[in-house]
Design a protein around this ligand. Structure first.
Ligand code: FE2
Length: 322
């Protein structure tokens, strides 16, 4: 069986799903990967409105220390330890907001490209294709709700290509199933919004490893640290500290499952951003990654980086979170 065949169990042979390539294989992905073509057309879509954000979101939270991380190795500053591992599932948008977002994401499927790196079929840089999404992720009320889920001020990520990714999983009973391989994200602050109720599809379970990322090698399917985050409801929003948590989506075997995945950025911890060039290049290719990478790393070298990295975003400060 091919290592790319999701039903093969991947290279380590101990997990139901394959693991994302690393090392030389990751380099090979970076050389092969191409950004899907986008014709620049803006599709007809509903309007964004701040009223679509739910206020006073309530949510259960798990800390990174419960995954085995030591407080001393986490970002800290401004009187805060950046230790939120997972928050949710909860609802960030009103039902009308989720319905409108779903409508936008359904239309953008026309631009989805396939990938063998992490998620089988997805649209990247969706905020550059949709005024609705662009306005939503730069809306102060929306950013505040997201920031409060994590406990740090968050703004859209300066790396534009991975900022908004829409994942499409269509039920297939053949070996060619649509999945997200076991991976950790390049991004630190990752929010997923479910755009289908669990009754609309089979499979498609969001699974994660409740341990450190450096403990993941050799983990088997029956490891008690492999858990499932129940995001069954239409609009369910889940935050994960993506770079610190191995996670995957099991094959969708029937129906359709679409998720909106947003990566945000804490300008106060800009220099600690976890992205690596080769992780990004594995998805987008080397040429497309270079300008993105400069957009993040060049401003972060300068004392004036705050102004450049925050461009186009409302200001969210620590005092907003109190
Ligand atoms: Fe991910």
């Amino acid at each position: 069986m091919s290592p790319e065949d999701p039903s093969s169990g991947g290279k380590n042979g101990t997990l139901e799903l394959p693991k994302t390539a690393t090392g030389f294989d990751q380099l090979a992905h970076a050389i092969r990967a191409r950004k899907p073509r986008y014709d620049g057309k803006i599709l007809a879509e509903p309007r964004w409105d701040s009223e679509l954000v739910l206020q006073d979101v309530r949510h259960p939270t798990v800390k990174l220390q419960e995954f085995g991380y030591d407080t001393a190795e986490l970002n800290r500053g401004y009187g805060v330890i950046d230790d939120t591992a997972m928050t949710g599932p909860t609802q960030l948008l009103t039902p009308e907001g989720v319905t409108r977002l779903k409508d936008v994401c359904d239309k953008l499927e026309a631009y989805a490209g396939s990938s063998e790196f992490i998620v089988t079929r997805r649209v990247r840089s969706a905020d550059l294709m949709s005024p609705f999404i662009n306005n939503m992720i730069r809306d102060r009320a929306f950013l505040l709700a997201c920031s409060r889920m994590v406990g740090v001020p968050l703004i859209p990520h300066p790396l534009r290509t991975p900022t908004v990714q829409i994942n499409y999983f269509e039920g297939r009973r053949t070996g060619d199933r649509e999945i997200a391989k076991w991976h950790r994200d390049g991004m630190d602050y990752v929010f997923t919004i479910q755009l289908n109720d669990a009754g609309e599809y089979e499979g498609g379970r969001f699974t994660y490893f409740k341990g450190r990322t450096d403990q993941f090698d050799g983990v088997t399917e029956d490891d008690p640290r492999i858990e499932e985050a129940r995001c069954d409801e239409f609009g369910a929003a889940l935050f994960i500290h993506g770079s610190n948590i191995f996670h995957a989506v099991t094959p969708v075997t029937a129906g359709r499952r679409v998720t909106f995945v947003l990566s945000l950025f804490c300008p106060y911890f800009a220099k600690q951003d976890s992205n690596t060039f080769w992780h990004l290049a594995g998805d987008d290719g080397i040429l497309a990654t270079i300008p993105n990478w400069m957009r993040l790393k060049w401003p972060a070298r300068s004392p004036a980086m705050d102004f450049s990295l925050r461009a186009g975003s409302p200001v969210i400060t620590w005092s907003d979170l109190q």
